[in-house]
Each structure stands twice: as C-alpha cells, then as structure tokens.
Design a protein around this ligand. Structure first.
Ligand code: KG4
Ligand code: ZN
Length: 334
C-alpha cells in the first residue's frame, strides 16, 4: 500500500510516497533557508507564501519519482501540528483537496510523531524504546511503549537544543541555521577549550539549554575589548565547547532514562540528530549498555515527508482517519 505524505510545518515543503510504512519511493524536500537567512530566523509570512509557490510541483515530483498517481495511492497523510499555523495550512489544504478529489482517506499526523517514525524507515525498533527527540522547537526524552503510546520522561524547561544552536550561531555572527554551521566549525575547534556549564546534568531528565547559551554570551562579553568587539580568534573553540556541553547533557540524560526504564534500545530523532558529535557519542556507547541504537540518515532527521508517511501507515492499519475539516494545531503536543 502507498501513502502520499505532505509536510509543511515550518520552512521545508516536502512530499513523499512511502510503501508499506517502510520503503521510501520518493521524498522530495524544498528548503526555504535562502529566503529566511538574511532575517536570521524564519519569517512565518514568507514561509507560508513560499509553501504556496512550490507545494503543487513538489507533490507532482514525488508522485512522478515514485511512478505512481493520485489514483494509485491508498491514502493522503499530512502534518497538522505542531508548527507555524500559516505553513501548516498550506499542506493541509493541499492534502484535503487531493483526498476529496481522488476519494482517498485523509490521515492527520503529529509532526513530533513523524520524527519518531523516521526510525521505522531505518529498521522497525522493538517496543519499548527510548527516543531522544531533538529539533528546533522541541527537546524531549520519550519512552515509546507501542504505536501511538508515548510517555514523556524529560523535556526542556526553556530553549529547545536546536534553538540554542541557532541563537548561539546568531550571537557569534555565524549565520542561519546555526546547527549545521556550529557542527562544521566545531571540527576546527577544541571542545575542551572552555568549560561551559552543563545545567541539571546530575538532576533528573529535564533539560535547560538557555543556561548554556547564556554561558556563551557571558564568556564572549567578558572577553570583548573595545578594539575587538567579538572574540574572533577562538570562535571555533567556543562553538566546539558549546556543542560538547549540549551533547554531554543529551547523552547522559538519555542513557539515564534508558536505565530507569530498563530499556536497551535508543533511537534519535529530529534535526539536531543530524549533529555529527551527537551521532558519534551515541555510536561510542558500549554494547553492554545498549543492545540497539537507531539513527536515521541525515535527510530523515531534518524535516521531511517520508517520516510522516511512515507514521501514517500505522494509523491507516487502525483506520484512524481524519475528517476533511481537519485544522492546523500550532501547539499540538505528543
Ligand atoms: O527537525 P527540524 O528540521 O525542524 C524542527 O522541527 O524544528 O530541526 C531543525 C533544527 C534547527 O534548529 C537546526 O539548527 C538543527 O535542527 N540542526 C542541527 C544540525 N542540523 C540541523 N543542529 C546541530 N547540528 C546539526 N548538524
Ligand atoms: Zn521537525
């Protein structure tokens, strides 16, 4: 069975065709980063307009690449939250129009659930498993007990980790989006150069990334001089030390959660799961502490429609269909 999936929750317009919840026949992603870069972040109004411009060609390309048609697909899946309401609306309108015109069931998917289900495109994990969900808008440790059954064990109390990467990069004048830029720059820096704080490291499962971000700002301000307004000579060391602090907290707390739940399978999800240090540190965990580690490929970590198609397959099997009046929910929770 084939699902056409559509994802427009933020600044990526994506359409995919996924077969049997496992096989990605196509996964087309059009990013708007170039249009938002000069503002140092996403401008919701621009995001919605850009989605409108490309949504139809992206869907056509996804069908073409998968050698399928509206007639041949079995269902249409779409992200209905969380995200920017104007952006979500464009994907929803397109999906509803196709479902109505082609007389196919509509499946509404939570974007966060989509990120978790990117792992089912790697190799279906056995339940229960611990998922570290790290994106631009969310940071949480989730115990996934079964399809659609989630227990949130820990979450950020302030900034999401991706948000902290983006804010630190902007503060250092490095550009947008900050995650990939800091990841790349860190390769030239010493992660032990500056000992940034690791908030709440020994305390429970919640996170605070705003504290690490402030530590970077304070460090730079302390080292500013009137001649040199920003420390430029060790910016790679700052980036690498900041990244190390974030990754240390993420890895420590995820392992602690797995131990508490007596679970030996860990999965990563979300844009920050593309971070090379985070991936490396999880891969370095000895096999006696972890029997199975799932890390989606880079293109399945960041926003894409294939993960939405994977999540939709399990809803299709349970006939959990949405009505055609499905509305966007900007703050939808898991
Ligand atoms: O999941 P995603 O594509 O969109 C949201 O749902 O938020 O995540 C985007 C976030 C951004 O904050 C971006 O800076 C971060 O993921 N990101 C990274 C990397 N690639 C993307 N953060 C750290 N290292 C990376 N390589
Ligand atoms: Zn996302």
């Amino acid at each position: 069975m084939q699902i056409l999936a559509i994802e427009t929750s933020c600044d990526e317009t994506s359409a995919a065709v996924v077969k049997d919840g496992r096989e990605v026949l196509s996964n087309i992603v059009s990013t708007q980063i170039e249009f938002h870069k000069k503002y140092g972040g996403i401008v919701p109004e621009i995001a919605a307009r850009k989605h409108i411009e490309v949504i139809n060609p992206i869907i056509a390309e996804a069908l073409d690449k998968a050698k399928t048609t509206f007639k041949k697909i079995d269902a249409v899946a779409v992200t209905y939250g969380p995200g920017l309401v104007g952006s979500l609306l464009i994907g929803l309108c397109a999906a509803k129009a196709i479902a109505y015109a082609a007389d196919k069931p509509l499946i509404g998917i939570n974007h966060l659930e989509g990120h978790i289900y990117a792992n089912f495109l790697v190799q279906a994990p056995k339940f229960p498993f611990i998922c570290l969900m790290v994106s631009g808008g969310h940071t949480m440790i989730v115990c996934v007990k079964d399809h659609g059954k989630y227990e949130i064990i820990g979450r950020t109390r302030d900034d999401a980790v991706g948000e902290a990467f983006d804010k630190v990069a902007r503060f250092l004048g490095l550009g947008y989006p900050g995650g990939p830029i800091i990841d790349k720059l860190s390769k030239e820096g010493n992660p032990k150069a500056i000992e940034f704080t690791r908030p709440m490291l020994d305390d429970g499962f919640d996170f605070s990334f705003s504290g690490i971000k402030t530590a970077v700002v304070n460090y730079v301000n302390r080292n500013r001089t009137s001649k040199r307004p920003i420390v430029t000579e060790n910016v790679a060391d700052i980036a690498a030390s900041f990244q190390q602090a974030c990754v240390d907290v993420l890895v420590t707390k995820t392992l602690r959660a797995a131990q508490k739940k007596k679970v030996k399978t860990i999965a990563l999800a979300g844009g920050v799961a593309a971070n090379s240090l985070l991936r490396r540190e999880f891969l370095a965990i000895p096999s006696h502490s972890l029997s199975s580690l799932l890390i989606p490929s880079l293109d399945l970590c960041t926003d894409n429609a294939a993960m939405i198609g994977a999540a939709a397959y399990y809803k299709f099997k349970k006939k959990q269909f949405a009505d055609l009046d499905l509305k966007p929910v900007a703050n939808l929770s898991l």
